[in-house]
Each structure stands twice: as C-alpha cells, then as structure tokens.
Write a protein that binds this ligand. Sequence first.
Ligand SMILES: Cc1cc2nc3c(=O)[nH]c(=O)nc-3n(C[C@H](O)[C@H](O)[C@H](O)COP(=O)(O)OP(=O)(O)OC[C@H]3O[C@@H](n4cnc5c(N)ncnc54)[C@H](O)[C@@H]3O)c2cc1C
Length: 540
Amino acid sequence: MSSYTRRNFIKRTVVASGTLGFATSCRRLLVTDRNELSRGAIDRLRAKLKGRLILPTDPSYESARRVFYWNAGTERRPQVIVQCAAEKDALRAVEFARRHELEVAARAGGHSHLGWGCSNGLVIDLSGMKRVVIDPLRRTARAEGGVLSGEVARAAGRHGLAPVLGQCPGVGASGLLLGGGLGWLSGLQGASCDNLLSARMVASDGRVLTADSERHPDLFWALRGAGANFGVTTSFECRLHPIGAVTGGDIHYSVRDARLVLRFFRELMEEAPDGLQATLNLTPGDRGVFVSLCHAGSEHEAERTLKSLRAIAPPTKEFVKRQEFAELAERPAATNPANTPPPAFRGIQTVYRDRLSEDVIDIMVDRLGRASAEIIMGISHYLHGQVCRLAPSATAFPLRQAGGLNVRLAYTWNDPGTGQHLTQWADESLRLLRPSADEQIYANFQTYETRNGAAAVYAANFSRLAGIKHKYDPDNFFRRNSNIPQIGMQSWEAREPSTRAAKLAAHLLTNQISCRFHIAFNLRNEPKEGQFFRMIRVQF
Ligand SMILES: Cc1cc2nc3c(=O)[nH]c(=O)nc-3n(C[C@H](O)[C@H](O)[C@H](O)COP(=O)(O)OP(=O)(O)OC[C@H]3O[C@@H](n4cnc5c(N)ncnc54)[C@H](O)[C@@H]3O)c2cc1C
C-alpha cells in the first residue's frame, strides 16, 4: 500500500486488533512523504534505462499517459512513465516504484476498460517492446510484452498459422491473455490463456521468473487468467494453429428487427459448431443491428450458416467474404470502426450473463430504443466448444460455462458536455442487466466492482489465487487490475458483518491457520446499521 493510499486510508479508518482467539498484533501504518521524487532519483533512473522516461513536464506527457478508455473516471496523472525498450527497463521501473512507494501500472495495449494501464504513480509501458518470433515447425510464437494482438496474427499469418487472441487487433496480446482471452477461435482452440506455453515475469521483489508447466507451475496456473496480479510479463510463448481461409464479415439488419435478430442469434450460437463465433452489435444509427462472424469450418458449412442468417429478416447490407484468418484478425473492433477519427472520450459498461434469456433480450431492445447515436450495444464471446471443455480450475480463468456471454454497452463523445447523459444511459442499462444473484465478471471486461470483490471474477479459483498472490506479491504491489487483495483482506459492506467475521474466524480456527487479525472500523461517517466494518484483514 503506497503512502498516498495509506494516508487516505488512515483518514477514513482506525485499525484495531481483533481478539477472536488469534495472536493479535497491529502493525502501525506510517505516513511518509517518501514518494516525493527528487531530481537526482529521476536522473539516476533515466541513466539506467534503454527506453524513455517521461515526466509531467515533457511535451509528450499527455499522449504518453493516454489510454483507450479516456474519460474522467479512468483518467490518471502518473508522476513517471517508463517507456520500456527491454526487460531490464521494466525491472528498473519496478525497483524504483518500490523504493519510492509509487502505485504501479503495467501497460501493453492500454485497452483496459477501467484504465488500469495508467496510474497516479509510475507507468511501466511495454508498448515499445515489439519483437515477435514465429517458429513454424513448433507452431509457436514468442512475443515481447508490448506486442498487439493484430501484430501476432499478422506475423503468424505469414506462415499460415494463427494465434488464439481477441477480436480487436489493437488490444495488447499479453494484457489479453493474462486475463483469459476470448476470440474468434476460442470454440475451436480454447481461451488465449489455454494456449500459453510460458511467460517471463518481473516480480515485485525484482526477481525475473520464467513460469511454465515445470518452472513455477503454481505461478503459471495463476498467470492464465489472473496474470496482471503477479508481475510484469515481459515476454511469452504461445501455441499457433494452422487455420486456413475463413468466412468472415458483417451482415446488417434494420433496427426494427432487433428482437428477431437477438432471438435468432441465441438459436444460432446454441447450435454453433466449434469453428463458428459471432458477435452481435446493436446501434440506433445507420449501422443498425449487425452480426459479425468468423466461420473457420468448410466453405460449404459457412454458406449454410450465411443462408440461415439471410433468412432471419431482409439484410440491409452485407460485407462477408472468404479470407485468410489474419486479414479478419486485423479488422478493427465494431466499437472502434476504421475510417472514423478517434473520439475525444470513450466509455463502456460490460456485464456477464450465464445465458441470453428473454428478459435480457427485452432489456436490450428497450435500451436500444432509448439509445442515442453515439451508443453501440453488443453481445460478445458466446461461450461454447473447446473453451468450455476444460474444467474451470484448469487455469485461473474460470468462465467456461457454455451459453455464457458478455453484454457490452459502449459509447463515445467529443463534447465534454455530452458525456453525462451517455454515462447515465449506460449506468441505468447496467443496473437493469446485472443478474440479481451469482454475479460473475470476466476479468478482461471488468467495468465495476461487486460486493464479493475478486471472488466474482475468479469464482472457485479465488482462494487458490489468494495463496499464490501471497507467495509472489505479498504486499499487493501490482493492484491496477482485477485485483486479488492481500491474503484474507476483504472489504465487506455487509448487513451482518459480525456474523461474517465470526464465520471467517471459525474457518481459520478449523483449518488451524495461524494469523493476525485486524479489523478496521468505518469512522468516516456515522456508522449506519450494516456498514460498521470497513475492512477485515487477516495476515498469515
Ligand atoms: C476495443 C476492445 C476490444 C476488445 N476485444 C476483446 C476480445 O475480443 N477478447 C477479449 O478477451 N478481450 C477483449 N478486450 C478486453 C481486453 O482483453 C482487456 O481490456 C485487456 O486487459 C487489454 O489488454 P491491454 O494490454 O490492451 O490493456 P492495458 O490497459 O495495457 O492492460 C490491461 C491490464 O493488464 C495489465 N497488463 C497488461 N500487460 C501486462 C503485462 N505485460 N504484464 C503485466 N500486466 C499487464 C495491466 O496492468 C492492466 O491491469 C477488448 C477491449 C477493447 C477495448
């Protein structure tokens, strides 16, 4: 916890030692000003780097700190940006951030929905580390941490091979696969992380580790779905697949046919062969409602699918063709169309649902009717095929239930004044779409927190991950991500916090886990009933 965060934390809370039969102790939290950086310290860091160091006074600072989802909610002003040119730069940056207690953000493609690729402390920007080496015989790619998904696809495509990465070429390949990674080929070849063979990582204590099935296997398991939590992945190796030509592109319909298309989309995907993946987009504007698809089966099978899509309702436009997979993989995402200048601001909300139920369809049709032209809703990454054949515990990425999908609510704006009504539309849509129970979140699409914190993201894998986090990053140095808090640390705003505390205590005692028990009370406001505990933290 940096001194900055600690200071805020102390303002709001008082830490008291618990007495529930545990060895109690209370470590004093010190407020320091150690994160005020001296010129000398900055110069010494700069001298050690092969890449660039950027400060708030540099002319390139504004563009260097900018990430894809740029808006008031995601904006951060880093004190230092290290644009790495080599693994050693990442190592130096970690050491520096540690010494000066700076909040760290690692960044590859900068596409995190919550702007996690930026921080108020130090940014470790890997986007200059671009080497990709394809081994056509072993069918593997070795890529540095800053390589984008489209760049891996292009390099692999030259050898008739394809990686399993996402549907947007601008997303960082390492950022995507560390969070799981779902894409056009996931029905055939699993999640991106299922295709990871090894990763090199700079840990918070400055060690450089290689994780694979033999070296640090616990870390290797954790990197495949919760990877941003453990260190800076400077390079990785992944499997490639011989995917020949595919049938891909978009079929558009009138907005009036939205409900019909949504229902047909569900039927199509429930029966989909492994080689088919499709995304549904709904806009109130000229683009209307459109299905984007990739069919990696035979041309004959793909034609059958197209025929059924053309029969739902009269298509208004169609851009579908047989093409090399790499060509499709380099197409911009629907939320990020080519030929349009990038907007000044972007926002998004995403919600995971375990099926496309009638009530979800009703809400989507209703919200589309209330949407303005800047909005694009969608359904992405319908789960089926190979990705669902692995057990949720096979890797840290747990979302492997057939029929699961992500509903996305994306919007862009240029005039700062119009952001508010778009945000309100998205927040209200999200409120209606969130499931009332058993809420899950896909790490790569996380846009909000739930009461269950990281357990909503990692499900049954959470407690195993908490142990691995404790081993490799005990101080939670890497926390700009779908964060696994320090072991046992949980924020509860529960109605019966004392019951929860007692349950936790019973669990720890039953399992003979020796620990220190801290309870922090919320003193910021008059404690209301059910909001008394701010935090319960257990240290092992
Ligand atoms: C337009 C768009 C399309 C998308 N399409 C897909 C899709 O098809 N499939 C899918 O699964 N997801 C998709 N995503 C989500 C995307 O996978 C996640 O947002 C992912 O985390 C972005 O990675 P990044 O490197 O671009 O982002 P960043 O903002 O750079 O990083 C995202 C997170 O990963 C961490 N991180 C990044 N690189 C490293 C590293 N090398 N070492 C350690 N930590 C790192 C960052 O600290 C941060 O927490 C899409 C997002 C956008 C905006």
